[in-house]
Design a protein around this ligand. Structure first.
Ligand code: HMG
Ligand code: MG
Length: 306
């Protein structure tokens, strides 16, 4: 009997922390990674190797990657375990590879405004840069995941044409990305937008099994968007414990869909995630208290007061 399952990409240690102003100690970041892995999560994005001026919070990325506990995870990255690290350029790739990273994620925007703000170049230059990085990584045996940001709208430019998302997705797949995560960076999209975009991409030749969903929750649509994408056939979703997350270059955007909410929803539907929900709820409760932040996971909050 085939059981339905989804793959969760936990982005808490990267997307979840990158927008927090107060410096989170390296030891807390490593402990977060350790606790997340204990829940059964098999893909955890560890950090990003980006300009420390752009994202001061992750300036300690080398210390995170070089920590004994993280080193052990990286060394045992087999059998479906993945610990990707976000990189914007060849410099980031080199540093990540020196630290023993076996998977990277490259990122581009479908829109000019966010591309300029986030990575200081045009969409086409972003595609060229990401393609160079992906080519070098692939040659070195490092797996590459891709992100396309602003799939529905850009914080500066307004609505995004579906054709722009298609162009970026195709470019990343052509560059060797094994999967492209579609980012609703501003969290503005609703299920109808998700449905329309997925159908459009499929009808233009993008294989559904190469797509993942990355929904921010600004308008409270993220869980609904995940479910809509699931019913369209998508099986890989990015989420963040406690609903942490956001990007300093997308002002006002809220965190990612909370991992607890997503796991709760899938388990209720009999869909396997491989994640122990009570353990995940404990991690969400712990990290929210440790960072003195309100836990944005509704399921997490409900389950931790029980
Ligand atoms: P730039 O200023 O055009 O480039 O930045 P640069 O090459 O002149 O570099 C500027 C400085 O950064 C230099 O240092 C470089 O050495 C250093 P200085 O000489 O001035 O002291 N630098 C680096 N340091 C460490 N690691 C590196 C690196 N590269 C350069 N890899 C750049 C261009 C792309 C570097 C910069 O804009 C940047 O780092 N941007 C990243 C911004 C970012 O991380 N945003 C958040 C992640 S994306 C996101 O959240 C969306 C996502 O979640 C999906 C979604 O929600 O849509 C993925
Ligand atoms: Mg994001």
């Amino acid at each position: 009997i085939q059981t339905a399952h989804v793959r969760i990409v936990e982005v808490g240690p990267r997307d979840g922390l990158q927008n927090i102003c107060d410096q989170v100690p390296t030891s807390t970041k490593v402990e977060l990674i350790r606790r997340l892995r204990e829940t059964g999560l098999r893909t955890i994005e560890l950090t990003s190797v980006v300009s420390p001026r752009a994202i001061p919070q992750l300036a300690d990325c080398r210390e995170v990657m070089d920590h004994a506990l993280v080193k052990t995870l990286l060394q045992n990255e087999t059998g479906g375990l993945r610990f990707p690290v976000l990189v914007p350029n060849v410099k980031g790739l080199d540093i990540a590879m020196k630290c023993g990273v076996k998977e990277i994620a490259v990122f581009i925007s479908a829109t000019e405004g966010f591309s300029k703000a986030n990575i200081n170049c045009s969409v086409e230059d972003g595609i060229a840069r990401a393609s160079d990085v992906a080519g070098l990584a692939t040659k070195a045996g490092v797996a590459v995941r891709g992100y396309v940001s602003c799939i529905f709208a850009d914080p500066y430019d307004g609505p995004t044409p579906e054709g722009a998302v298609l162009h970026c997705t195709r470019s990343l797949l052509d560059a060797g990305c094994y999967e492209v995560s579609l980012g609703d960076t501003t969290g503005i999209g609703s299920p109808s937008n998700v449905h329309s975009l997925i159908k459009y991409l499929i009808s233009n030749g993008i294989p559904l099994e190469k797509l993942a969903g990355h929904f921010h929750d600004t308008y409270g649509q993220a869980v609904a968007n995940v479910w809509e994408a699931y019913t369209c056939g998508m099986r890989v979703f990015d989420s963040s414990v406690g609903g942490l997350g956001g990007c300093p270059f997308a002002p006002g955007a809220k965190g990612n869909v909370a991992s607890e909410d997503l796991v709760y929803m899938f388990h209720n539907a009999g869909i396997h995630t491989g994640v122990d929900l009570p353990k995940l709820v404990e991690v969400g409760d712990w990290i929210s208290r440790t960072l003195s932040m309100t836990n944005s996971s509704r399921a997490g909050t409900a389950l931790s007061v029980k």
